[in-house]
Design a protein around this ligand. Sequence first.
Ligand code: PHE
Length: 344
Amino acid sequence: MLAELEKLQNEALAAIPLADSDQALEALHIEYLGRKGRLRKIMGELASLPADQKPAAGRLANQVKQRIQSALAERTNERGRTALTPAPPLDITVPGTGRKPGTIHPITQANDELVEVFARLGFETAHGPEIEDEYHNFEALNMPPDHPSRDSFDTFYIGGPGEDSGLLLRSHTSPVQVRVMETQSPPIRIVVPVKVFRPDTVDASHFPMFHQLEGLYVEEGASFADLKAVLGMAMQATFGGFDQHIHTRFRLSFFPFTEPSAEVDVSCPFCSGGGCSVCGQDGWIEILGAGMVDPEVFRHVGYDPERYTGFAFGVGIDRIAMLKLGISDIRLFYENDARFLAQF
Ligand code: PHE
């Protein structure tokens, strides 16, 4: 009889953990512990045992009953827990959460387009350091230490208070002209599309860091006519479609490193010069500074000003991007808001 009880217990404890529904558990309960169940049947035989075997058999029968009961309870519990936290149903139509591919930043787009336009006109790309010395940022460009035009470029100096390192974040791209001429001889045809820094107060059209594209052309016999031709073609390619003629207008201006100097306007590409909100009803948009390289700059880099002439120009890349893409606030370029950037 003891052996029978043990066999019953083993069978029950093997079957219970596999029960995978309430009905299966109920069926096992009835099979083993029910009124007509297998345990009752064995216990019914208890009475016919010899008296000295009865206590041991009775005890074991009780133990078996308890073990089966607790196995049933445990399995019920376990199934209850899993029932409360069901696996999320798989909906294969829900869009994935993968990263969206990035877009090229609008400044980079404008930069690349300008570089491409000037490459077609024969200009190579050059670069120079963002941390510049005063000599290249000012002196070599004909701005001696007490020159008033340094004020407008008064910029971020490197070093602690009262310390004069002579180093600063370059305030324009023109120092790269000097660096290129120091290491190469004419003919020179380069553009320099890089970051520049000025302590401007931030507003819709000013930011302390922005981008310029500098151009430099030096050759025997280079003239103002060449400057007008190159900028005319470049502005046509940048702003004009196939059907819109872009005019350029040169207004007399001053830069210490060019003589004569000019501010260059383009006819407004949005209204073809008729007047609109982009050009302030003027029909023209100021786009760059330019001029013939001052002989004094050539002297600083060791070029013979009697032999060589050249022209230089500087364009604001941010401004070109704003005009081409219809963006009215420069700050949007630098906030890194993907909702803005993804539109371009
Ligand atoms: N460096 C000038 C500026 O930042 C622009 C410029 C470049 C003017 C080259 C003339 C020639 O304002």
